[in-house]
Design a protein around this ligand. Structure first.
Ligand code: ADP
Ligand code: MG
Length: 143
C-alpha cells in the first residue's frame, strides 16, 4: 500500500475543550503524520459547501451551525492507508458506538459534536484537501 493522504478537521467542540494536542497525539500514535495544519473559522458558506452531501438530511442546519460556532483545525494527514487508518482511530460517528481507544470514544460529546471529521474515501480526501489547501501550499510539502 502506497503512502496516502487524507483530510481531517478537529471540530469546534474539541478545539473549545483545549483538545487539539490530545486529538493530534491519537492521530500520530495511529501512525499518521500531520503534513499540513491550519487553524481557521469556517464561514457559513464554507460549512454548507463542505457538507453539501448532507444538505437533505434533517441534521444539516444544526451541523452547519455547529461547525461555524468556533475555530477548527484543518489538517492533511499522511501515512500508509491513511484514509482507512484515520477512520479507524476516529471511531464511529456516534460516540456511544465508538470503540475504546478511538478519538470519538475519548473526546466526543454526541453524534453531532463528535470532535473530528475524516475523509471517507481517497477520492473525497482529494476533494476535501483541495477545498482547504491550495496546490501551491501542497507543493511545498516535504519531509
Ligand atoms: P462521519 O463524520 O462519521 O463521516 P457523516 O458523514 O454521516 O459521519 O456525518 C457528518 C457529520 O454530521 C457527523 O460527523 C456529525 O457531526 C453529523 N451527524 C451525522 N449524523 C447525525 C445525526 N443523526 N444527528 C446529528 N448530527 C449528525
Ligand atoms: Mg462523513
Amino acid at each position: 500500500m502506497a503512502i496516502e493522504r487524507t483530510f481531517s478537521i478537529i471540530k469546534p467542540d474539541a478545539v473549545a475543550k483545549n483538545l487539539i494536542g490530545p486529538v493530534t497525539t491519537k492521530l500520530e500514535e495511529a501512525g499518521l503524520r500531520v503534513v499540513a495544519s491550519r487553524m481557521t473559522k469556517l464561514t457559513q458558506v464554507e460549512a454548507q459547501q463542505f457538507y453539501a452531501v448532507h444538505s437533505e438530511r434533517p441534521f444539516y442546519h444544526d451541523l452547519v451551525k455547529f461547525m461555524t460556532e468556533g475555530p477548527v483545525v484543518v489538517q492533511v494527514l499522511e501515512g500508509e492507508n491513511a484514509v482507512k487508518k484515520n477512520r479507524e482511530i476516529m471511531g464511529a460517528t456516534n460516540p456511544a458506538d465508538a470503540a475504546d481507544g478511538t478519538i470519538r470514544k475519548a473526546f466526543a460529546e454526541s453524534i453531532e459534536r463528535n470532535a473530528v471529521h475524516g475523509s471517507d474515501s481517497p477520492e473525497n480526501a482529494k476533494i476535501e484537501i483541495g477545498f482547504f489547501f491550495s496546490s501551491a501550499e501542497l507543493a511545498t510539502l516535504t519531509r
